[in-house]
Design a protein around this ligand. Structure first.
Ligand code: GDP
Length: 433
């Protein structure tokens, strides 16, 4: 049985927490896209961790953690991350790396930095982890697949050929130091040594696991609005963030994905540039940022303050639809307890017309939020952490969840009221068939 855990919005919805929680009942957790450019924050009995490459199931000893072929694999980052958790007494996880995964090369990271520098004020706000240059090379068919590390002849020839191309850009476009093929080859030899014990044919492994009835989680990074096709292009990431891509990035049949848990945060946050219709500013935003998530809304990879906004029903309805949502996990609801009133974006006004359909980027830039203000639950009970049953939530808090569900049209079956594994309320949804 395969389940996907994906984001409805701009990322940072709390997928890490939901994956960590669902992993208790899972056998295999697999990352199928993205790289070390975004992070998941996980709080469990070992402490608080920021993961970038490892799937969020690595904290259990009964799970296998897989880096799928769709991932941008940064080998040194992967190994540092393994060390950072085992140093803190987490047992060495069982890890497999797809022989078809491609590797982030040191020059991808350099090109990411150089390009952002070159663009100056027009930059994308990249995390400079090399992700865009990596995926560009993958699709330009000049990437390095893990399997190629084991073919020395091919590797030597390819390293020389690629350095030639890259050096033209380094010399004439960026005016930066050139690549040395011998050094690059040496780096790849080191990568080979590090990764060799974990490499396998992941699609064969998963085919067998599916036939044996194992529970497999596909863990997405970022969210629908950062998808290169369906997101806010060009302010998107470079690999698909949709559950559908889970089939490709893991190597399984699409019809095996039976459940799609889409994670939606009770307010909005975004990193990087791009239109963000329900964005708020000033003291109002600062306060939500300070109180948000678990210890504030700051990037898990970069530490950058996140942009903040009210819950956006238009973006979330679209976000859930494009994922093919079977269940919504509605997270970080506890954070909103301090508000007397909670605005929610229920429509976009574009050129004088109101729509609830998420538009293409040029129209999105013109959209103004139509806000509906809902009463908060501060006067009933501000702190909702520790509550286990939906019925026990304050009336206005239940109303908030019910209202959001009606607006987005997908069943909210889980409500997260704290960062820990057990801070979860299962809810019966009228929309769940
Ligand atoms: P991801 O990239 O989607 O995994 O999201 P993040 O790792 O950025 O998660 C958002 C933050 O919210 C993290 O600091 C989590 O620990 C925290 N978090 C997740 N769920 C909840 C919740 O229900 N309540 C609170 N207060 N924090 C949460």
């Amino acid at each position: 049985m395969v389940k996907a855990v994906v984001g409805a919005n701009w990322g940072d919805e709390g997928k890490g927490k939901i994956t960590d929680m669902l992993a208790e009942e899972a056998d295999i957790i697999i990352r199928f896209q993205g790289g070390a450019n975004a992070g998941h924050t996980i709080v469990n009995n070992y402490g608080k961790f920021a993961l970038h490459t490892l799937p969020s199931g690595v904290f259990y000893d009964h799970t296998t953690s897989i880096i799928g072929n769709g991932v941008a694999l940064n080998i040194p980052v992967l190994f540092e991350e393994i060390k950072s958790i085992t140093d803190r007494n987490v047992p060495m996880p069982k890890i497999l790396v797809s022989d078809r995964a491609q590797m982030v090369m040191p020059y991808h990271i350099l090109f990411d930095q150089y390009e952002e520098e070159r663009l100056g004020g027009k930059s994308f706000g990249s995390t400079k982890s090399g992700i865009a240059p990596f995926y560009s090379d993958k699709y330009a068919k000049i990437g390095f697949q893990v399997s190629e590390l084991f073919d020395e002849e091919l590797l030597k020839e390819k390293v020389v050929r690629i350095c030639e191309t890259k050096n033209v850009l380094l010399e004439h476009l960026y005016h930066k130091p050139l690549l040395n093929p011998d050094e690059l080859l040496e780096t790849l030899h080191q990568y080979k040594e590090m990764v060799e014990p974990y490499v396998c044919d992941v699609s064969v492994f998963l085919d067998k696991a599916i036939k044996e009835g194992k529970t497999i989680l596909l863990e997405g990074q970022l969210g629908t609005l950062k998808d290169p096709d369906h997101g806010i292009y060009p302010m998107v990431t470079s690999s698909s963030t949709l559950a559908a891509y889970g089939a490709i990035g893991a190597g399984i049949p699409p019809y095996e994905i039976k459940e799609i848990v889409t994670v939606c945060k009770a307010y909005s946050s975004a990193v990087g540039a791009g239109a963000f219709v329900s964005e708020i500013f000033g003291e109002e935003a600062d306060e939500l940022r300070r109180r948000g998530g678990d210890g504030g809304e700051y990037g898990a990879t970069t530490g950058r303050p996140r942009r903040m906004g009210w819950f956006d029903c238009v973006a979330s309805k679209y976000g859930c639809r494009m994922q093919g949502t079977t269940d919504v996990a509605f997270t970080v609801l506890d954070v909103l307890g301090y508000l007397d009133e909670i605005p929610v974006c229920v429509g976009y006004e574009i050129d004088g017309e109101v729509t609830t359909d998420f538009p293409v980027t040029a129209k999105l830039e013109k959209a103004k939020p139509v806000l509906k203000v809902l009463p908060g639950w501060k006067s009933e009970r501000e702190d909702i952490r520790g509550i286990k049953n939906f019925e026990d939530l304050p009336e206005n808090c239940k109303n908030y969840v019910n209202f959001v569900e009606e607006q987005i049209g997908y069943p909210i079956t889980m409500v997260s009221n704290g960062p820990g594994r057990n801070d979860i309320i299962y809810r019966e949804s009228p929309l769940k068939k």
